[in-house]
Structure formats: C-alpha cells, structure tokens
Design a binder for this molecule. Structure first.
Ligand SMILES: Cc1ncc(C[n+]2csc(CCOP(=O)(O)OP(=O)(O)O)c2C)c(N)n1
Ligand code: SF4
Ligand SMILES: [Mg+2]
Length: 761
C-alpha cells in the first residue's frame, strides 16, 4: 500500500504510531464508537476484544461489550443488536467464523449492516492457529462485503471504509475486513490514525435510519417466512446491493483519500502498467512479492503484483483490465477448494479473463502457505519464475498444483509412538470395588490413595503444561480411580494443547480431539458405535471400555448445548471438567465459570470496569437438572474423595448412563500466583464454600466435605487474597462487591445444605 503524506489543505490531523493489526482494529472500533461488540475469544483475533475491554476499564470508550457463549452466540448477539438500529462490531478467526457461518446469510439476507474483523487463520482439523485464508473463503457465498487488509494501516483504514460502504442506503450489507493472522494481526508497523475520534465519527455520520425492531409505534416483521418467488427476489436484491457497493466504492475511496491521504483502489496494482508476468496474491504475501518484482525489474523482467483490496464484490473488471497485456500470471492462494482443480479466486480471475475475447494471458493456479507456512521472497520469486517460464514457452504444463509441499512416504515416515500401550492388567488394580448399597447409593471400597500410586499414568509427564499447573495432577488422581481400558476425548483447551503436538503425544491411551463446542456429541457417537459393534459381533463381547471426555470450563460454555444433549440422551460416558476459571490456553479470557469481579484479559479492572460483570456459572447444578445419574465436584487436595467419585462415575457410565464432574484446578499463570501454592488456594476455595465438594447420585445430593462442623470455614476474602487476579477485591473501595460474592457463595451453599439434609433432594 502507498502511504501518501497527508495533504494539509484537505486532510485531517493524524498521529503516527507503531502498532499491530489487532491494535489498529481496536483503535478504529473505539474511534467509530460502536454501540455494541459481541465477541468470543479465538486466536489470533482475541486481542481485539481484550484491548477494547482494557480501554473500557480505563474509561476510554462506552461500547457495550458482550462476551458470548461461543461464536454462534456472538453472531446472534450482533445480529439482534443490529436489528436495534445501532452500530455493531465483532471480531473472530477460523473456526469462530465457521461456527457463526450459518448466521451470516441471515444477517445479509435481512440487510442489516455491521462490521466483522477477521484475523485469518487456518481452519481445523487438525488444529492449527496460524494464518491462512481458508476461513475467509468460507464467507465468499454469505452475501457479506469482504475487504482484504494487507497491513495494520489497511486494517484501520478499511474498517472505516467498509462501514461507510456497508451503511449506504442502497447497500445495507454487513462487511468483513480480513487481515492475515499473526503476520498482520501481531506484527507492529508504522501507522497513522486520526488524532481526534470526532474526525472518524463525522466522516461516518450518525448511524443511518434503517428498519428497527425498537420502534413500537412502527412495528415491523423482520425475517418473515418467505418462499418462492420472493426468496429468489430477495437474493437478487442482495446481488444488486453488491453491485451498488461496487458502484459506490470509487466515491468512498476518493473521499477517504481526501480525508486521510491514503488510497485503496479495489485492486492494488504494483508495477502492473507494462507487466508481462505477474503474481496474484492476497494481503501480506503481496507485499513480499513487491520487493521481488522490484528486483526482477532490475534484471529486465517486466514483473508486477496484483492484489485485491476487496473480494466481495469481486473486482472482475479491474482485474481483467490489469491483466490485459500480461503474458502469464500465477494465481496463488492460501486456501484450497479441494477437488476443485484450483482455489476459488483463481477460478474467479479466470472467468473474468474469459469475458475478454482478446485476452491471451496464461494462468497457473497454486495453493501455498496453508497453516501459516511462511512466504519468503524466494517463494515469490519461484512464482514469478513459473510465470516467466510459461510466458517464454507459451504453454502451461501444470495448470494447478500445491506449492512447497512434501507429501511424505508412509512407508518411511511414521508418527512417533509414545510409551507402549497399557495392558488391562496394569490399569486394573482390583483394589477398587463399587456396588449398590441398601439405600440405592453406591458404596465404594477403596484403598488409601497412595496404594494406587503404582498404577501407571495414562498421561505421561512429558507434556508442556506450565509449572504448578493443576490439570494433570488432578486428572491423574481422577483417572487412577478408573479401572481398565479408557478411551479419552479431549476438547480444545490447555490439557489438549500441551499434551499433543504432532507427531508426539503424552497419552498412553487412545485419544480423540474435537473442538470444544462438540466433544460431548462426538464422544456419544463413539460410545454408541462401540456398543453397536459389540452387538454385531465385530468387537469381542468382553471388550470393556470406559469413555471419558476431558473439557475445560470454557468447553462447558461453548459446548454446553452438546453436553446437555448428550446428558439428556444419557450416554454411558463420563464428562470431567477441569475448571481453571477462564479460557486459559488462549490467554486468560473470562469464561462463564470465572467468578464475579475476577480479573481476566476480557474483564479488566479500572475506573470503567471491575472485573467480570456476572457471577460464576453453576455447571454441576445445570448438569444435575438433566437428571443424569451422577454429578460430582472434586479437587486435587482430596484425593480419596476424588478417586471414590471417579470409581462411582465409572460404575454409572457402565451401568446407568452419564456421569459429569467438575474439578477445580489451579492455574498459576493466569491466577497470578506462585507455582507452589495452587493446592492451598483450591483448599481455600473449598473451605470458603465457593467450591463445595459434593455429589448428586440419582438426584440425591450429599456434601462430601463440610468445613463448618470442623471449624474450617473461612470468609471468601481468605481465598481471594491468595491470588493476584483478585487482590483488588480486598480494597475498601470494593467492599460492596466482596459482600456480593460472599452473599452469592453463601446463598448457593445454604441451598446445597438443605438439599444434603433432604431425603428427596
Ligand atoms: C469455535 C472456536 N472458538 C474459539 C476457539 C478458541 N479456543 C480454543 S480453546 C479456548 C478456551 C478453552 O477454555 P477452557 O475450555 O476453559 O480450557 P483452558 O484453555 O482453560 O484449559 C478457546 C477460546 C476455538 N478453538 N474454536
Ligand atoms: S495456562 Fe494455566 S491451565 Fe493452562 S497450562 Fe498454564 S497453568 Fe495450566
Ligand atoms: Mg478453563
């Protein structure tokens, strides 16, 4: 992009800084002063909400920030807010975009503008957090405008341009501004921004008058049931809106240039005037190729780079025009349309060229850089050389291919195996016996925990968890209470991320991963397949596997629907949740299990905000309401208790259906504590009755550790004072909030005690 100096006679005062794409996204959102942001954290876009939350805590803006239960929820929140007539913002990446995908056509089809910033990232699976364009390509058919921002400056500028186009009366479409995950989202660049927020707000003007759900005197029906022939007409109108956006773009670009001194034509053309060979690239890779084009020009090669700033509407005319005299072009894309003999935009460029009967450009389509694989000048040069070779010989030998891949030889390269498989004898101590007692509850006969210490670990110690992390000690205690063969499913979270990294694994038992919105459904499918294959005689009749899903507390937000679904179907499996009170592997964002007023990276503390705004989720009680046979809580500091509950969970999973348990574990990194004190903090959480230890067996509640009669109950302040993330709650100014936490903890505890004492509850 060319950054022209601001023209003093027309431009507005600007400041120069050194910022990342995410910072520029947040800055532009703050300056636009959206009414609302609905969001859900996902790397590498998470920082945008984090920065905005920090600014809010500091009192720098008044945007309503709504933390969703998942991206589908975030998209719904944004859509609902947009029907209310204000300005709406969201930010996401990868699976987050895909998880909200079905909402996107709802919004464009009913024509409510908003802005969605997409820090692009490879789509799962397998899971990869780095940047390619496979996510944004899924949005090509959603009816959203799509702008491509090649650097942090463009993120800022295109956010303003996109919103302005989106809100035009004849457009009224939501818009995505996509920039390269990590390459642009996290790398600092020299950038300019308007000094005064008012400049941005004046340029955009007030939110335009639109259909609104908030005017009872003028009721409207938004999203009526619609059938043939109206539906196709609705889509035709959407197409017209895209055309209107295309028509309006030159004006908006010119106006923005007058305001800022920076110009964004629909297609960024670099030395294309007389180019004979060219590469077509999106976003940051195009910048790399520009340097190479310069170098080749010094050697006498007429090389150029063509790179759209907008892909919806697709600037077919400008591309056709730019390629008119080009002899060969490499169309290189960071995404694939598997089986499509070329990725999507390659086909769109080719079809644009077909519309010019005079055009003789040869084209080669290449997929490169998937999963964030770096794109170096040598790679750009290789593309130019492909084009030069085709131009010289007048033929294209390989029209479509992947670039920079090594398919490997399965005979030579096998994933490294971890430790040898566990035998059933090794995992069966024979020391744990579970049987129904006279009152219908299970009785567990178990040795002291230390006697099971010789049972081999199902997760090897060579994982990458932080020092002092409570996950694996607690999981190990839990899994020791389970006898025999186990198949585990881990939802996305710290436990998953630190224990597998292709080609290594810390798991000695069969492990399956699915994304954390759907693990419970996935495991329930596996459980049913197991039983069906046994029934059909395809697996030995005596085969006996216990199925355990391991999830974080965040997985019980976004995956709540799947977990409740599996619970209502009562599959024979265990869900064990390790609760570290936040989305920790993505950098400590709040989860619904984060307690009130705790500090996280999306619930800051400052004059405008006091940590998380609502109380922690009572997941065990929610799961108990599904009437599954067994629900429990546990902590590492009570190993005998935890092990007995594991044994019961296994019995119920085998004989009656689902068991669910929540284990509170320490996260020194994000609780801001020393590594060694995790067990003490968790003990204080139990003794303050914030995290009571209990079980609900076939609907009957029993507290398994009561700190009151033994004189161990402590005020919640005694627990909160142990963590850096809650120290602010002990300040006199925050007395009322502390009292509110104490009151809520006590209210839940008193109800639990009543249940414990009641024979039917
Ligand atoms: C659909 C989707 N949204 C967001 C993410 C990013 N993400 C992966 S794990 C995670 C948080 C997990 O939190 P939790 O379950 O509590 O586990 P923890 O990281 O705390 O161990 C998030 C936000 C994702 N992978 N997929
Ligand atoms: S971030 Fe917290 S939960 Fe995750 S591995 Fe580190 S200490 Fe454990
Ligand atoms: Mg968590």
């Amino acid at each position: 992009m060319t950054v022209a100096p601001v023209k003093p006679e027309t431009g507005q005062a600007q400041v120069v800084g050194f910022h990342t794409g995410n910072e520029m996204a947040a800055l532009s959102a703050k300056q636009i002063r959206f009414h609302l942001m609905g969001y859900y954290p996902i790397t590498p876009s998470t920082e945008i909400a984090e920065i905005l939350d920090e600014m809010k805590a500091a009192g720098e803006h008044d945007i309503v920030m709504v933390p969703a239960d998942g991206e589908h929820g975030a998209a719904g929140i944004c859509y609902g807010a947009a029907t209310g007539g204000g300005r709406v913002f969201n930010a996401t990446s990868s699976q987050g975009l895909l998880y909200s995908l079905e909402e996107l056509p709802v919004q464009s089809g009913t024509r409510f503008p908003m802005l969605l910033d997409l820090a692009t990232r490879a789509v799962s699976g397998p899971l990869d957090i780095r940047g390619d364009h496979s996510d944004v390509y899924f949005a090509l058919n959603t009816g959203w405008l799509i702008f491509m921002a090649r650097d942090p400056q463009a993120v800022y500028d295109l956010n303003l341009i996109a919103l302005r186009v989106a809100e035009r009366a004849d457009v009224r479409l939501p818009a995505i501004v996509a920039f390269d995950g990590f390459f642009t989202s996290h790398q600092k660049r020299r950038v300019s921004s308007f000094e005064d927020d008012a400049t941005v707000q004046d340029w955009l003007g007030p939110t335009p008058e639109m259909v609104t759900a908030l005017d009872p005197r003028h009721p409207v029906t938004i999203g009526p049931y619609m059938n043939d022939p109206d539906l196709i007409n609705n889509k035709y109108q959407l197409e017209q809106a895209m055309n209107a956006a295309q028509a309006t773009l030159p004006d908006v670009i010119a106006e923005y240039e007058a305001l800022s001194g920076r110009r964004y034509d629909p297609v960024d053309l670099y030395r294309m005037d007389d180019a004979e060979v060219a590469v077509f690239l999106l976003n940051s890779a195009a910048e790399t190729a520009k340097d190479v084009a310069d170098r080749l020009r010094e050697q006498g090669v007429r090389a150029g780079v063509i790179s759209p700033n907008v892909i919806r509407p697709f600037p077919a005319d400008a591309i056709r025009e730019a390629l008119r005299g080009v002899r060969a072009v490499v169309l290189a894309e960071r995404s694939s349309s598997f089986g499509g003999h070329g990725s999507n935009l390659s086909h769109e460029v080719k079809s644009a060229l077909k519309d010019d009967p005079e055009n003789r450009t040869l084209y080669l389509s290449r997929v490169y850089g998937l999963g964030g694989r770096d794109f170096y000048p040598e790679d750009a040069e290789a593309f130019f050389r492909l084009a030069m070779d085709a131009a010289e010989r007048g033929v294209v030998d390989v029209p479509f291919d992947y670039y920079g891949v090594e398919p490997g030889d399965p005979a030579k390269k096998r994933p490294r195996r971890g430790a040898p498989a566990l035998t059933r004898e090794e995992t069966t101590s024979g020391l744990l016996r579970v049987q129904p007692g006279p009152d219908g509850r299970l009785e567990v006969e178990a040795p002291p925990y230390w006697q099971l210490a010789t049972k081999p670990k199902r997760v090897l110690p060579g994982h990458g968890a932080c020092p002092g992390c409570g996950i694996f000690p607690a999981l190990d205690q839990f899994l020791r209470g389970i006898e025999g063969d186990v198949v585990v499913l881990y939802q996305t979270g710290c436990a998953m991320v630190v224990s597998t990294g292709y080609p290594s694994t810390a798991h000695r038992v069969t492990y399956v991963h699915n994304l954390f919105q759907n693990g419970a459904a996935t495991l329930s499918g596996l459980v049913e397949m197991f039983h069906e294959r046994v029934r059909r005689g395809e697996l030995p009749v005596g085969e006996d596997i216990t199925f355990v899903m391991v999830t974080g507390d965040g997985g019980m937000d976004i995956g709540m629907g799947a977990a409740v679904g599996a619970a209502l179907r009562n599959h024979g499996m265990i869900i064990v949740e390790y609760d570290n009170q936040g989305y920790m592997n993505t950098g400590s964002q709040l989860s619904y299990s984060t307690p009130l007023a705790h500090l996280t990276s999306t619930s800051h503390v400052g004059p405008g905000e006091l940590g998380k705004a609502f109380h922690h989720k009572d997941t065990p009680q929610i799961m108990a309401a599904t009437n599954i046979p067994f629900v429990f809580t546990g902590v590492e500091g009570f190993p005998d208790d935890l092990m007995a509950k594991a044994a019961k969970a296994q019995w119920y999973a085998k004989h009656q259906g689902m068991a669910y348990g929540k284990i509170l574990i320490s996260c020194p990194l994000n609780w801001k504590t020393e590594d060694r004190v995790g067990v003490d903090i968790v003990q204080a959480a139990v003794d303050s009755c914030f995290f009571p230890l209990y079980e609900i067996e076939r609907g009957i509640t029993r507290i398994t550790y009561n700190p009151e009669p033994i004189g161990r109950r402590v005020p919640v302040a005694e627990w909160l004072k142990l963590m850096g993330k809650t120290k602010h709650l002990l300040k006199p100014a925050n007395e009322a909030t502390l009292a509110s936490i104490e009151a809520e903890v006590d209210r839940r505890w008193q109800r639990l005690k009543v249940k414990d004492e009641h024979p039917l509850l």
